[in-house]
Design a protein around this ligand. Structure first.
Ligand code: ARG
Length: 458
C-alpha cells in the first residue's frame, strides 16, 4: 500500500523504498511517537482545532495502539516508510475518519524531532541513574577496604603508596563529572519541537506551549527552522556517552591489569570470567575487555552523527534520519555496559596482601625520603639528587635501602637520621599525604563521608 503519493504518477521503486524507509530504526521510537501524537492532538483539542470528542477519540485510539504495539499484536510496516505514517494508518484503521485530523498543523519533521528529544531525555536520565548506582557500588567497595594500600602508578611504573579507597574514589569523581555533563545536556534536550511543522510553523491557531507541557517538556523551540533541523542535542548526548565510555574503558583496563598474575591485586568469580577453548588454565576477564572495546563503538557513533550533520544546508534534510541508529546504539550500549560493569564489580575480590606486598617495594618510598630532607632544610632539588644517587646505587648493587645502616645512607644524604628508616612503611607513607585531596586515611575518610551524603548512601 502506497502512502502520501496521490500527486505521483509512479510507484516508488522497491530498492529506493527499502533504502529510504526507517521502520527498523523506528522500533525504538514507537512509545515516544505515540506520546507525541497524544500531546499534539490534545493541544488541537484545547485550541479548538479538534472537537473535544475528536480529541478524546484520537487519544483513546492512540493508547490502544500503544498497547497493541507493546504486546506485539501489530508491528511497523515498511511500506508505511516510518513510525509516523504507521501510527497514523493504524489509527485510521482503528478509529476511522477522526484519524485524518491528527496530522493537522504537524509535519513528520517536527514529529521525528519530538521523538528524538523525548528518547534522548529518557536515555540521559537512565544514564545518570546507572552511573549513580555504579558510584554507590564503588563507594561501598572503597568503604570496605579503607586500610588497603597498594602502589599508585605513573607511566604504569610503581610511584608512591596510595589507599585502594583513594583509587576507587578517583573513579567516583570521574563518573560524577560524567553525570553533570549528562545533566547539562538534558537542559538543552528538554525542549519540545512540536508545532514547528515542516519548518515554518503554522497559520492555524496552535499553541506549542501546550503540546510541550503535555509531551513532558519544560520548554519549547523559539525558531521553527532550528526546531526541525537541530540534532546537536544528539551529538551532545553522544559526546557525554563517549566520555563516560572512555572512563569505563580506563576502569576496565585497570581491573584487567590488576587481575593478571603479574599484579594479582584482584580476582573475579567464575560467573563473570570466560574459558579458553584450548588452555584449561585460563579464566579470562572478557566482560571487562568488551567494556573497554565498547568505548570504540560509542566514540564511532559520535563521529557518525557529527559527520551526518556536517555541511547540511538550512532546514530539514533526510540525512537527519541517519542520526537515529547511532543514538539508539550508543544509549543501549552504554546502559548495558554499565549494568555489566556492576555485575563484574560485585564478583570482584580484593587481594589486600598482594597489594601491600607490591606497595612495600622500598623504591616507592624515595619521595618520602626527599620530603624528610626538605623538612630538615635541604633544598628540594639537592634532596632529589641525593636520594636519586642513593637509589641508583641500590638499583645497581642490589642493596635494599630499607636495610642499609644509617651511616651508609648518610654518605648519600648527610641530613638523614635514624627516624628516616621508619619511613620505609607503605601505610605510613600513604597516611602522610594529608594535603587536600591527598591519599592519607584522614583525607580519604572525609571524602568517603562526603560521597556517602552526596550519593545518598547513608
Ligand atoms: N523518517 C524521517 C526521519 O527520521 C522523518 C520523516 C521526514 N520525511 C520527510 N520526507 N520530510 O527523519
Amino acid at each position: 500500500m502506497e502512502v502520501l503519493r496521490k500527486a505521483f504518477s509512479q510507484k516508488l521503486d522497491p530498492l529506493v523504498s527499502e533504502f529510504v524507509n526507517c521502520v527498523e530504526d523506528d522500533e525504538s521510537f514507537i512509545t515516544d511517537d505515540i506520546e507525541g501524537s497524544i500531546a499534539h492532538s490534545q493541544m488541537l483539542g484545547q485550541t479548538g482545532l479538534l472537537t473535544p470528542e475528536q480529541a478524546e477519540n484520537i487519544r483513546q485510539g492512540l493508547q490502544e495502539l500503544s498497547r497493541q504495539f507493546s504486546e506485539q499484536q501489530i508491528t511497523l510496516k515498511p511500506e508505511y516508510e516510518d513510525v509516523h505514517m504507521n501510527v497514523e494508518k493504524y489509527l485510521e484503521e482503528l478509529i476511522g475518519t477522526d484519524a485524518l485530523r491528527v496530522h493537522t498543523a504537524r509535519s513528520r519533521n517536527d514529529q521525528v524531532a519530538f521523538d528524538l528529544h523525548s528518547f534522548t531525555c529518557r536515555a540521559i536520565k537512565r544514564s545518570i541513574s546507572l552511573l549513580q548506582s555504579l558510584q554507590k557500588q564503588l563507594l561501598s567497595i572503597a568503604e570496605a577496604n579503607t586500610d588497603v594500600v597498594l602502589p599508585g602508578y605513573t607511566h604504569l611504573q610503581r610511584a608512591q603508596p596510595v589507599l585502594l579507597s583513594h583509587v576507587l574514589l578517583s573513579y567516583i569523581s570521574m563518573f560524577e563529572r560524567d553525570k553533570s555533563r549528562f545533566w547539562d545536556a538534558f537542559k538543552r534536550a528538554d525542549c519540545s519541537p512540536l508545532g514547528a511543522g515542516a519548518l515554518s510553523g503554522s497559520s492555524l491557531p496552535i499553541d506549542p506551549a501546550i503540546s510541550a507541557r503535555l509531551g513532558g517538556f519544560t520548554t519549547y523551540f523559539n525558531n521553527s527552522i532550528d526546531a526541525v533541523s537541530d540534532r546537536d542535542f544528539i551529538a551532545e548526548f553522544l559526546s557525554c556517552c563517549a566520555i563516560t565510555s572512555i572512563h569505563i574503558s580506563q576502569l576496565s583496563e585497570t581491573l584487567i591489569l590488576w587481575a593478571t598474575s603479574e599484579f594479582g591485586f584482584v580476582t573475579f568469580e567464575d560467573d563473570v570470567t570466560t574459558a579458553s577453548s584450548l588452555m584449561p588454565n585460563k579464566k579470562n576477564p572478557d566482560p571487562l575487555e568488551i567494556a573497554r572495546a565498547k568505548s570504540g563503538t560509542i566514540c564511532g557513533d559520535l563521529l557518525n552523527v557529527l559527520m551526518v550533520l556536517k555541511s547540511l544546508p538550512t532546514g530539514y534534510n533526510r540525512d537527519l534520519q541517519e542520526t537515529k541508529p547511532p543514538l539508539v546504539n550508543s544509549a543501549d550500549t552504554l546502559h548495558l555496559t554499565l549494568k555489566v560493569l556492576a555485575k563484574v564489580l560485585s564478583s570482584m575480590e580484593v587481594k589486600s596482601g598482594k597489594m601491600l606486598e607490591a606497595a612495600s617495594d622500598p623504591f616507592v618510598i624515595a619521595t618520602d625520603l626527599v620530603e624528610f630532607l626538605v623538612n630538615k632544610g635541604v633544598p628540594f632539588r639537592t634532596a632529589h639528587e641525593q636520594i636519586g644517587e642513593l637509589f641508583a646505587f641500590c638499583r645497581s648493587s642490589g642493596f635494599n635501602p630499607a636495610m642499609m645502616p644509617i651511616a651508609r645512607l648518610r654518605s648519600f644524604a648527610p641530613e638523614l637520621t635514624q627516624e628516616a628508616i621508619a619511613l620505609f612503611d607503605a601505610k605510613l607513607s600513604a597516611n602522610a599525604k594529608t594535603s587536600a585531596g591527598g591519599t592519607a586515611a584522614v583525607r580519604v575518610e572525609e571524602m568517603l563521608s562526603y560521597w556517602r551524603t552526596a550519593l545518598g548512601s547513608n
